[in-house]
Design a protein around this ligand. Structure first.
Ligand code: TXA
Ligand code: MG
Length: 347
């Protein structure tokens, strides 16, 4: 049985959160909203709880977890040392959608880090996540609260769709704001390296650490996996997903859509508000095409916040294919959205 606790996202009632906090302390599993996506929390220093978490998600044990804490002082016990770079980044970006990978302390169980000698840590900004972490009083390991290989949940209903009956509580704080997972920055090596793009962009990080680099996408995938969760294929909708980018992307999408429909296929299309006119010819085919707008092509905040809900909606409506137009731009969210779409399209 999974109990849903509904709270005010801005000012959660501590009394309402108390049973969920107590459950975390005792080794139970609690899903909760963060500003990025919903996380599935377990007591990070309790190996048995962490193993239950992997089992509930169906997540392979070689994919390490992010540990969530309520402030930087609580991080000290988890890491060997807090380098200056981490302090500066924390002062600027925490609480917020940035995860730091640091060399870990002995206290962190191997189950959390998948045996790596580093640990990923973040201080989330969502008032509900913060209140829950404070009430629990323990560090909380929390991957996204989806079944393995499903898109991350941005609403409590997504969590219930995937995990009802497999976890103890879902704290429902409404839709999350950012919509894509945190930027993961590895500070454990010579060069600070972005392992996963998110709302905190490379330019924002370089204002503080000029040497930050992107993980090279073409790096050979042999040897020990630096971050197994960054596997090329990560989110895989049941229906094949194709991204149209570059020149005339919308026109090419419309042309393909028309020929797929002509052959009797049911399509899901993720578009921008600006595509209305171009898509009207597809719309006239009626029920064979479901069109979802992610927002204006210039409004990356809205696009990111709707992305995963749209993929879930189209996939559960049973379409044969999903076609997506690209969202150009170099800000953190545009880069993150492209990254997630590219992975969703790899089969
Ligand atoms: O926004 C987020 O980060 C959300 C919310 C719930 O906080 N969490 C999240 O967790 O996206 P998850 O488990 O779905 O993704 C964690 C990512 C994975 O790609 C994992 O491989 C990487 O962080 N990671 C965790 N520990 C690591 C480590 N020690 N070294 C390198 N990568 C690590
Ligand atoms: Mg995930």
């Amino acid at each position: 049985m999974t109990t849903v606790i509904r709270v005010d996202p801005e000012a959660p009632d501590p009394a309402a959160l108390a049973p969920a906090a107590e459950c975390l302390r005792r080794g139970g599993l609690v899903a909760f909203p963060t500003e990025t996506v919903y996380g599935l929390g377990a007591h990070a220093l309790d190996s048995a709880a962490v193993r239950r978490l992997f089992a509930a998600k169906g997540r392979p044990a070689n994919d390490p977890l992010i540990v969530h804490v309520d402030d930087i002082d609580r991080m000290q016990a988890l890491v060997r040392d807090v380098p200056d770079a981490a302090r500066q980044l924390a002062a600027r970006f925490w609480p917020g959608p940035l995860t730091l990978v640091l060399r870990r302390s002995e206290q962190v169980p191997d189950d959390v880090t998948a045996g790596l000698n580093t640990v990923a840590v973040r201080v989330p900004a969502h008032p509900v996540a913060r209140a829950l972490l404070i009430a629990a009083g323990v560090p909380v390991a929390a991957p996204s609260a989806n079944l393995f290989s499903r898109p991350s949940p941005t609403r409590a209903s997504h969590v219930m769709d995937d995990l009802a009956g497999r976890i103890d509580f879902v704290v429902d704080g409404g839709a999350t704001q950012v919509g894509v997972e945190s930027t993961v920055l590895d500070l454990s090596g010579e060069v600070p390296t972005i392992l996963r793009p998110g709302a905190v962009s490379i330019d924002m990080l370089r204002e503080i650490l000029p040497r930050v680099e992107r993980r090279s996408v073409d790096a050979p995938s042999s040897g020990a996996m630096k971050s197994p969760g960054l596997l090329e294929r990560h989110y895989s909708p049941r229906a094949p997903l194709t991204v149209y980018d570059g020149r005339d992307s919308v026109a090419r999408l419309v042309r393909d859509a028309c020929s797929f429909i002509a052959s009797g296929q049911r399509l899901g299309i993720m578009a921008a508000d600006e595509d209305r006119d171009a898509l009207s010819i597809v719309e006239r085919h009626g029920p064979l095409a479901t069109i979802v707008s992610l927002g204006s092509e210039r409004d990356h905040v809205t696009v990111a916040s709707r992305l995963y809900a749209a993929i879930r909606e189209l996939d559960s409506s049973g379409v044969d294919r999903i076609l997506v137009r690209d969202f150009p731009g170099s800000d953190g969210l545009a880069v993150a959205v492209r990254d997630r779409l590219r992975r969703a399209s790899v089969r």
